[in-house]
Ligand binder design. Structure first.
Ligand SMILES: C[S@@+](CC[C@H](N)C(=O)[O-])C[C@H]1O[C@@H](n2cnc3c(N)ncnc32)[C@H](O)[C@@H]1O
Length: 120
């Protein structure tokens, strides 16, 4: 934790450490304020889907949701990413190191709530 705090120091007020679960942290953020999010927490399918869907509310237009561990080893994570891509008909990009990203989620709030009512 000390190392993390020291690493964030050069960024001043632009970096904020939020010591909460992903969902709680995302829910504390205002709408459309995030340029880039990196998802690398709970790797179970439902958690990955919930993280991405919660994030869509806080992403700025054109913001990018990135994550880690799309791989056969992290099968549940991969399934979560594919669930979102398939469920919302959105392209997902993959790189050889297991990084995945949605360049354009473009999901309307109504569409999110219809697909994932349990997140509210
Ligand atoms: C695969 S590690 C990645 C950590 C970091 N991104 C890195 O690359 O060093 C996943 C981390 O997410 C944390 N985690 C698990 N579930 C979480 C949740 N629901 N909310 C926030 N963090 C969570 C774990 O404790 C672990 O530290």
């Amino acid at each position: 934790m000390d190392t993390l705090i020291a690493d964030l120091e050069p960024f001043g007020t632009r970096a904020q450490l939020i010591n909460q679960t992903t969902i709680a942290a995302i829910q504390s953020l205002p709408d459309e304020t995030v340029d880039l999010a990196f998802v690398d927490a709970n790797h179970f399918t439902e958690a990955v889907v919930a993280d991405v869907i919660e994030l869509t509310r806080v992403m700025k237009s054109g913001g990018v949701i990135v994550g880690h561990d799309f791989s056969p080893y992290w099968f549940e994570t991969s399934l979560g990413v594919l669930w979102v891509a398939n469920g919302f008909r959105r392209s997902v990009e993959l790189s050889a190191d297991g990084t995945w990203w949605f360049p354009d989620m473009g999901i309307e709030t109504d569409e999110i709530l219809a697909a994932w009512p349990a997140s509210r």
